[in-house]
Design a protein around this ligand. Structure first.
Ligand SMILES: Nc1ncnc2c1ncn2[C@@H]1O[C@H](COP(=O)(O)OP(=O)(O)OP(=O)(O)O)[C@@H](O)[C@H]1O
Ligand SMILES: [Mg+2]
Length: 348
């Protein structure tokens, strides 16, 4: 059993300041998630040390004896914010769960991640980046288009207005995203096909969780087919708004799973990830993005709900992520009680 440093960024509940977007705190972790992860780690027989991933984290980590870090830090600021704590951990020689510095930086930069997908021949919507909003609009792109910040997650800056149908709407939405999120804007072709998200746990022979579909049939007309923050918080009836496992044929399921895995490997993800996909007109799954730090809020986050659908507990999820990391680092002598008892699926 290990002494695990649990590294997180707790949400602040101050209202957004003037000029800040309404969803500025969306990425940060809730206390209940941090407590749930700690309980799951203790279930595995580990000791847990809590470490806030803030500016003092370097000194806390330098002066605290831990065997491995369980990292869920989204970072506080900067376009590579998710990489900062892993970079510190590497500098101090501390093993950690999940993807490394480069993977976290690339996947948070959606245009760069898309270039990597393109190199590997992984379908992803056609796009261009708007830095100043004076670029020619749509060369090579067909309306409707989808407008989102280039470096955000947790549906930040994503709403029904993200779908734009003409040049005027496009300029207006690009302007809004630039102003509030202060970063380049990613404009993609809008794919209105079925939407899926696929959780992956492990490394060489990873466990692929049941495909989870986001069902748009019963969302209010004015909301549109977008998996927004509002969708996630208000349309939460599992039976109405989701299907897990998704009702897809064997061939389609295989295509979704293999596209998700190709994207996971293309970005060199480690231990855990969640891939968001949408079908194009030809019925091919396209990758929208890879989340190497998927949300772990019990009973809420897609990954946790996909585990529930597979009959896998939260304890299984958390200890399997840790186990995958322990195997990578050759630290299996520190394995969970559950792993030693053969209760975890083989994920190495
Ligand atoms: N090109 C697109 N075509 C159709 N829908 C899209 C497109 N891009 C994004 N979306 C919609 O917007 C949602 C959020 O987009 P995306 O997954 O890129 O953002 P995110 O904020 O990083 O998500 P997460 O909350 O998973 O971190 C998608 O789940 C999908 O519903
Ligand atoms: Mg997403």
């Amino acid at each position: 059993m290990a002494t695990v440093g649990l590294l997180y960024n707790l949400g602040k509940y101050d209202p957004p300041e003037e000029g800040e977007p309404p969803d500025i705190n969306a990425e940060l972790d809730g206390e209940s998630t941090v407590v749930a992860i700690a309980e799951a780690l203790r279930w595995g027989g580990h000791d847990v040390v809590f470490i806030e991933g803030n500016e003092d984290a370097y000194f806390r980590l330098k002066n605290t004896k831990i065997d491995i870090a369980f990292n869920i830090c989204e970072g506080l600021r900067g376009e590579s914010r998710e990489s900062q704590i892993p970079a510190i951990l590497e500098m101090l020689g501390i093993p950690y769960t999940g993807s490394g510095v480069l993977t976290l930086a690339i996947s948070l930069d959606k245009p760069v991640a898309k270039k990597v997908f393109a190199y590997h021949g992984i379908p992803t919507p056609k796009f261009r980046v708007f830095d100043l909003n004076d670029e020619p609009a749509t060369d090579g792109l067909s309306f409707p288009l989808f407008v989102k910040p280039a470096h955000e997650g947790s549906s930040m800056g994503v709403s029904p207005s993200s779908i734009v149908h003409d040049e005027t709407e496009l300029r207006c939405q690009v302007d809004y995203v630039r102003r509030f999120y202060r970063q380049p804007v990613l404009v993609e072709e809008f794919l209105d096909g079925r939407e899926f998200t696929v959780g992956i746990v492990g490394n060489r022979d990873p466990f692929v969780l049941p495909i989870r579909e986001i069902i748009y049939e019963h969302v209010p007309e004015d909301h549109g087919r977008v998996y927004s923050r509002q969708f996630k918080t208000e349309f939460d009836n599992e039976e109405v708004f989701y299907a897990c496992p998704a009702d897809v044929g064997a061939e389609e399921a295989a295509a979704i799973r293999s596209t998700a895995l190709r994207a996971f490997y293309a970005l060199d993800c480690k231990d855990v990830g969640r891939v968001d996909l949408r079908m194009d007109r030809e019925g091919r799954p396209n990758v929208l993005e890879v989340n190497p730090l998927p949300g772990l809020a019990p009973g809420f986050s897609d990954l946790c709900r996909a585990c529930e659908a597979a009959g896998l507990t939260y304890n299984w999820l958390v200890t399997s992520i840790l186990e995958a990391a322990l195997e990578r680092y050759g630290l299996t002598h520190l394995s969970s009680k559950a792993a030693q008892a053969g209760l975890l699926l083989q994920t190495a």
